[in-house]
Design a binder for this molecule. Structure first.
Ligand SMILES: Cc1cc2nc3c(=O)[nH]c(=O)nc-3n(C[C@H](O)[C@H](O)[C@H](O)COP(=O)(O)OP(=O)(O)OC[C@H]3O[C@@H](n4cnc5c(N)ncnc54)[C@H](O)[C@@H]3O)c2cc1C
Ligand code: FES
Ligand code: FES
Length: 522
């Protein structure tokens, strides 16, 4: 039986009302989003249903394609439009293949079928035609939707913007030049549209549109209700998904359902469904919990909520650490970064996750919470073994406390992967030193990809502490000893991304690169 048959036979049965303590929580049993100008309500849906399967199998909107089903190729790219905190609309590309349908709750869904109007192609589509950029055709809808998000977001589009935007759309037939040409031309085609033919979607960013109608529709979808999907499939197996609005309710759900799968952006969890064919029985979806989506600035640190997307984190901190700017830009691709959360990256505990080495080097602490209260741990102490963390039953990652940089801090992070874009790290090294009296007063080094967990290089840190800034030229023996001790700090494995020997060698080279940059910049 295929998945389509399974969820067609899905029905709501015996849904109990969620409670927090003695109080019943207002609950809604449908996923609601704007589609084709109206509110689309989905009930009786298996919580494991991906957006792509729903689009193709149920709505028969087959413009959105499936290539890899793991967020890599971009053939399934669609755009989710949502309200921003200042009341505007943001347009973000996401990968429909790994997004579960509830991820759209409260948004507008735009697919390749949404763009053309009364026989006029959208300027993005016109530009693709004019530049002969359609090529194989299969991945074209995904390219169009990524470019559409760019068209609606950036007013002065540069080649770098286009390259970044297309990092998650793979062409393996012809090449990117015609597609990049189309991207650079699409705005002028949009600007040339006569005033009476302009619509919200075909007007380029910065050109002004009347968003009142869509803003009102999106506002109307925001409510205080918990989203609950619950039912029994044809084989009698129970499945449920709950998306609460408040932490207290999330904790209450975890107490009664300790085996629940916690779902944030789904860029890891989605693959369990599409690649490992997991069928998740109970899902706690955190996307609607406002407490997890805040970034708070304090005197000496930021609190970054677990539900903050990598895109938002990147935008917030891009000017603070230039080196982090490049790391976030090379973290997966825009559609993945739009969905992926910092909490998901930290909690997933992958030894090659990109956030942890810089966060550990910068002295970040992870904040964990449950109905018993909150606790804080240095991030490096959160990892206990390969994909094992200190998260206790009933606990959630609430966020990270990230110390602000001081004037005496020098920080660099380096990602090493086979491809520049959209590739998982073979290793990632982060280095932070505090400079006092022209010496390295304190040193924190953390690597991913060098051990079963993201971990500090304690031995190497000790060798470098108290040394002069230009170790490379003034104290080559110290550099040699730091390299040797660094090699002893880790025992990396060989896998498909790199051999253990390569990792050791490159880690030493990154150390030297960092020390050279330190000497040059101070
Ligand atoms: C194509 C592709 C490319 C990728 N490239 C990169 C890359 O370059 N670098 C990189 O680091 N990662 C990469 N990833 C991995 C993934 O995007 C990140 O790990 C992401 O940050 C996960 O966040 P999420 O919100 O999607 O988590 P989810 O998939 O929702 O959850 C991930 C895990 O964290 C748990 N979890 C989530 N939130 C919480 C919480 N608040 N409390 C407790 N547990 C929680 C979930 O139960 C699950 O175990 C890539 C993934 C894909 C599909
Ligand atoms: S099908 Fe390849 S990214 Fe979704
Ligand atoms: S345009 Fe589809 S593979 Fe090149």
């Amino acid at each position: 039986m295929n998945r389509t048959t399974t969820f067609r036979c899905w029905f709501l049965r015996g849904a109990t009302l969620p409670t927090v303590g003695a109080e019943t929580v207002p609950t809604r049993y449908d996923v609601r989003f704007v589609l084709d100008g109206g509110v689309h309500s989905v009930t009786n849906i298996d919580p494991n249903t991906t957006l792509l399967n729903y689009l193709r199998d149920t709505l028969h909107k087959t413009g959105t394609k499936e290539g890899c089903a793991e967020g890599d190729c971009g053939a399934c790219t669609v755009v989710a439009a949502s309200l921003t905190s200042d009341g505007n609309v943001s347009y973000q590309a996401i990968n429909a293949c790994i997004a579960l349908l509830p991820a759209l709750d409260g948004c507008e869904l735009l697919t390749v079928e949404s763009l053309a109007s009364s026989n006029n192609l959208h300027p993005v589509q016109q530009a693709m035609v004019a530049a002969h950029a359609s090529q194989c055709g299969f991945c074209t809808p995904g390219f169009v939707m990524s470019l559409f998000a760019l068209y609606k977001t950036v007013a002065d589009i540069t080649r770098q913007d286009v390259n970044d935007c297309l990092a998650g759309n793979l062409c393996r037939c012809t090449g990117y030049r015609p597609i990049v040409d189309a991207a650079l031309d699409m705005r002028s085609l949009g600007m040339a549209i006569p005033a009476d033919e302009r619509s919200r979607l075909n007007t380029p960013a910065g050109h002004g549109t009347d968003d009142t109608h869509i803003v009102a529709m999106l506002h109307a979808l925001q409510d205080e209700h918990t989203l609950q999907l619950q039912g029994t499939d044809i084989d009698g197996a129970t499945r449920s998904l709950r998306a609460p609005r408040h932490l207290s309710e999330a904790y209450a759900f975890l107490e009664t359902t300790p085996d629940a799968t916690i779902l944030a952006g789904g860029t890891d969890v989605g693959l369990w469904i599409t690649k490992q064919h997991a069928e998740l029985s109970n899902v706690l979806h955190l996307r609607n919990v406002d407490e997890l989506r805040k970034i708070e600035e304090h005197a000496h640190h930021w609190f970054v909520g677990a539900g903050v997307s990598i895109t938002r984190l990147h935008e917030t901190l891009r000017d603070t650490w230039s080196s982090l700017d490049e790391l976030w830009r090379r973290f997966a691709s825009p559609p993945i970064r739009n969905a992926a959360t910092i909490g998901g990256n930290v909690a997933n505990g992958s030894p090659i996750g990109d956030s942890m080495p810089p966060l550990i080097a910068l002295g970040a602490k992870v904040v964990l919470g449950s109905s018993d209260g909150a606790r804080t741990l240095p991030l490096e102490q959160f990892y206990k073994g390969y994909r094992q963390t200190d998260l206790r039953a009933g606990e959630l990652v609430l966020g990270v406390n990230l110390p602000k940089p001081t004037a005496s801090q020098f920080f660099r992070v380096y990602k090493i992967s086979k491809r520049m874009d959209q590739d998982i790290s073979a290793l990632c090294g982060a280095f932070a030193v505090d400079i006092q009296d022209d010496q390295i007063a304190e040193c924190r080094i953390a690597f991913g990809g060098m051990a079963a967990i993201p971990a500090r290089a304690h031995g190497c840190e000790q060798v470098l502490s108290g040394q002069v800034l230009d170790v490379v030229h003034e104290q080559p023996d110290v550099l040699e000893s730091a390299r040797t001790v660094l090699a002893a700090d880790y025992t990396p494995i060989s896998d498909l991304r790199a051999s253990g020997r390569y990792r050791q060698l490159v880690a030493g080279n990154l150390l030297e690169k960092f020390l050279l940059e330190l000497a040059e910049c101070t």
